[in-house]
Design a binder for this molecule. Structure first.
Ligand code: NDP
Length: 266
């Protein structure tokens, strides 16, 4: 319980100076109720953006909404959606509703993922495999497809996919999760190439690296979470990648440690 309390407090803490670099921008974050997604949603709101909080557990989204309201930041929008079961119509409805409510969608952070079971491919349950691919890859495709019409009017929209080190080099027993992250990198590259000449949208993927969240705890139950970086500590990179001045980054598989080092003040 103590570790949980510490983790939550560190996610909420303000690790970067408040600024207005995302003023008047609208950004949708998936998996915004917990972990890295929660920290990113708070960071974007604290930088002036209106955030659309998409996630599975309404209560968690409401807790993030409440923090944003308490700090008098631009009012957030809650959009509960279980990516494991959402159908094409759900995504299309969301796309239309974003178009109706906002002049444009300026940012999309694909962050929600499930780890699923770890184990050898030979014994990986097919239903479990399909579920992980649905949440981690197919949902990102469906959401991107539905939201692109709302993003095209933005002068400099950003799409950020979330990868993992096991999505850049395969590792035994990481099963569908690792394969889904390779597919995520593929989706990022194809989309980035398509949009290079036809839009102002910049598309990248980020590997956050080992971070003190529930997912990491599930993957490494014996590890002391206090030895890991908090989600809040990653936020300068997540913020940079949503800002208009990151326009030179496009189609890149970004490693967060290198980017954080680059962004450190001299
Ligand atoms: P968490 O497990 O802490 O958070 C994941 C978020 O995704 C939660 O808000 C969760 O919602 C949401 N989510 C999961 N399944 C669904 C679903 N079916 N529908 C809607 N939302 C869903 O993970 P992290 O913050 O650690 O991970 C964030 C991203 O970073 C992931 O893409 C992960 O793969 C990646 N990553 C994380 C690393 C780490 O060490 N933490 C390392 C490398 C990559 P709910 O809380 O309601 O279940």
């Amino acid at each position: 319980m103590k570790i949980e309390a510490a983790r939550t407090a560190e996610t909420d803490e303000l690790s970067i100076p408040v600024n207005d670099t995302l003023q008047d921008r609208t950004i949708l974050v998936t998996g915004a109720g917990d972990g890295i997604g929660k920290a990113a949603a708070l960071t974007y709101a604290r930088s002036g953006a209106t955030v659309i909080l998409l996630g599975r557990t309404q209560q968690k989204l409401e807790a993030v909404y409440d923090v944003i309201a308490r700090e008098n930041l631009p009012e957030a929008v809650i959009h509960p959606l279980d990516l494991a079961i959402a159908g094409t119509d759900d995504y299309d409805l969301l796309g239309r509703s974003v178009q109706e409510q906002f002049p444009a969608l300026d940012g999309l952070l694909h962050n929600a993922s499930e780890l699923g079971a770890l184990g050898p491919i030979q014994y990986y349950a097919p239903e479990a495999w399909m579920k992980i691919m649905q949440i981690n890859v197919n949902a990102a495709f469906l959401l991107t497809r539905a939201l692109l019409p709302a993003m095209l009017p933005s002068p400099d929209a950003r799409i950020l996919f979330t990868s993992s080190s096991v999505g850049r080099k395969g590792r035994a027993y990481w099963g569908a999760y690792a394969v889904s992250k390779f597919a995520t990198e593929g989706l990022m590259q194809v989309l980035a190439d398509e949009l290079t000449e036809t839009s102002n949208i910049r598309v990248n993927s980020i590997n956050p690296g080992a971070t003190r969240t529930e997912m990491r705890r599930a993957a490494y139950p014996a590890e002391n979470p206090l030895t890991l970086p908090t989600a809040a500590s990653l936020m300068p990179a997540y913020l940079h990648l949503m800002q208009p001045d990151s326009q030179l980054l496009h189609g890149q598989a970004i490693d967060i440690r290198s980017l954080l080092t680059e962004l450190q003040p001299e």
